[in-house]
Ligand binder design. Structure first.
Ligand code: GAP
Length: 513
């Protein structure tokens, strides 16, 4: 098993080497926490978007799409609370000059106790084998109980600190726990201070506060301000949802870990408008549905875990993250939030316009409650890419690097390769591509030996590799190699379409989710 930093380094270099992700403006030495998606990256990203959009909008009668502008009226952010409260509590280490999120330092400290519990469970499993009862072990083992008590105590304190917005107490906790800077190893910290994460710019040519606008820090507000437009013009009845994919911007202070935390990123968000009082039912519904959607990708159920929030955002009455086991460990991939009627009410107040729904069954108007699902497209890209990147030792002792992307998401579905560049084989290969390209993205590849071409296609994640040889010219058959099993079969060209479709079909993926 590779160390996590090594695994992340492998992911970054593989993504760059094969045209998935490049550092932004690299010829000028890059811009921190900003990345460009290359020729294969954009395909993978578009396929992820298609998987999400189809599952959300096409498959649900009551969910429709939206594409709102990035710039919004500045009052939007007063209403949403972002101008006032979209802050992170930051602390600097005086020796390394590095800045950290104070609450994350404490959460990472708490995570160590969870890891200890995990290790004890593993030991228990080894020792007791099939007789191991995990629930009983967690409830009775003294080490586990001690560590769980520490976790509960620290999480309780953290919750209290956030409730009171007590930055001094946050600093005291860091001192008390003896948390050291991971870079300098020192405990020489500044006080904790709040930093607003929104980027601002000027509208038009006049500078000054009157023309100051923000780059949206989340796509959700574009949905809230259009709630009534969509409801009325689409004749939508509660419950209904509005889905959107788009860019969001945050001046992240701690922007690290490749495309996991960026300053410019993309969100795929859906706001589901429900009757007041029914929000927690829908919250549970969407939590389960979103997990099934993620797991249908087949990366492995062990990559996912839930994290129910103890510290709720100002607008939420329940919130949970679907966490993914990234190369750096388990971290948030998607958030499911029960946002109450906070946003619609706040926009009503700030705009002076009613944002209500007349419920014909209840015969009254109300501000609907909202359940939100919000997943970072770039994080999902990293999740899929990192879990798919594998290094295998083959039977003959050689190594192969394979990117076993879910076939429906792979940039190219099939590579078609003439065995040689002579005897009409390239023309035959192009003929096959000309037929398949209406349904599948194909790549023509005639460089290097066939073995090297297979390796290259493995590395970029192409699920099928078709080779055209001299026999093809005689009987219209080709060999088709499967990326994952490396098995090769001789098949008729006329069967290629169905063989490929069976494995790369988005429909099959959607049916699983
Ligand atoms: N509308 C709710 C909202 O924006 P959030 O938890 O702040 O909630 C939602 O963000 C998702 O957006 C996260 O789960 C994550 O996947 C993604 N995300 C947030 N900040 C990000 C960043 N700086 N870089 C990449 N993805 C980010």
């Amino acid at each position: 098993m590779k160390k996590s930093e090594d695994k992340l380094k492998d992911v970054i270099s593989h993504a760059k080497e094969y045209g998935y992700v490049f550092p932004s403006s690299e010829i000028y030495d890059g811009l921190s926490a900003t990345y460009d998606y290359g020729q294969l990256g954009v395909e993978l990203k578009n396929n992820i978007k298609r998987y999400w959009w189809t599952a959300m909008v096409q498959m649900n009668d009551e969910i429709v799409g939206l594409d709102a502008a990035i710039f919004m009226h500045p009052k939007t952010w007063e209403a949403s609370g972002h101008t006032e409260a979209f802050n992170d509590p930051m602390i600097d280490n005086k020796d390394s000059k590095k800045r950290y999120r104070a609450d994350v330092l404490i959460e990472e400290h708490i995570e160590k106790y969870r890891e200890k519990i995990g290790k004890d469970v593993q030991k228990g499993k080894k020792r007791f084998g099939d007789d191991f009862d995990e629930a009983q072990f967690l409830a009775t083992n003294p080490n586990v109980k001690r560590n769980q008590e520490k976790i509960d105590l620290l999480e309780g304190r953290l919750e209290e600190i956030f409730k009171n917005d007590d930055l001094a107490a946050l600093k005291d906790m860091i001192d008390e726990l003896g948390i050291a800077c991971p870079i300098s190893g020192s405990k020489n910290w500044t006080d904790v201070r709040q930093f607003n994460l929104m980027f601002s710019t000027e509208l038009g040519s006049v500078a000054g506060d009157a023309s100051k606008i923000y780059l949206r820090p989340e796509t959700a507000q574009g949905i809230f301000v259009n709630f009534l437009n969509v409801q009325k013009t689409g004749r939508m009845k509660i419950p209904f949802g509005i889905a959107q994919i788009g860019k969001a911007f945050r001046n992240e202070i701690v922007a690290r870990q490749f495309i996991f935390r960026m300053r410019e990123f993309e969100q795929m968000e859906m706001q589901y408008f429900v009757r007041p009082g029914e929000e927690l039912k829908w919250y549970e519904h969407w939590k389960e549905k979103r997990k099934r959607w993620h797991k249908a990708l087949g990366l492995g159920d062990e990559f996912y875990r839930d994290h129910d929030h103890i510290q709720l955002a100002h607008y939420a009455n329940a919130a949970s993250d679907i966490e993914f086991d990234f190369p750096m460990g388990f971290k948030e991939l998607e958030g499911i939030h029960s946002r109450t009627d906070f946003d619609l009410k706040a926009h009503e107040k700030h705009s002076g316009k009613k944002l209500q729904f007349f419920d014909p069954e209840l015969k009254k108007s109300y501000n609907p409650y909202v359940v939100e699902t919000s997943v970072g497209l770039d994080r999902l890209f990293l999740a899929v890419f990192s879990a798919s990147l594998k290094s295998e030792t083959l039977e003959d002792g050689s190594e192969r690097v394979v990117l076993s992307l879910p076939p429906a998401l792979a940039p190219y579905k099939v590579a078609v390769m003439p065995l040689t560049k002579k005897d009409g084989l390239p023309d035959k290969a192009m003929e096959i591509i000309d037929d398949l390209k209406f349904d599948f993205s194909c790549q023509y590849d005639d460089k290097d030996s066939i073995g090297k071409r297979y390796r290259r296609q493995d590395a970029i994640g192409t699920p099928f590799h078709v080779t055209v040889d001299h026999q093809t010219l005689e009987d219209n058959t080709v060999t088709i190699r499967d990326r994952d099993t490396m098995k090769q079969d001789r098949v008729a060209i006329s069967d290629l379409h169905d063989i490929i479709e069976e494995k790369v079909s988005l429909k099959k993926l959607l049916q699983k989710g």
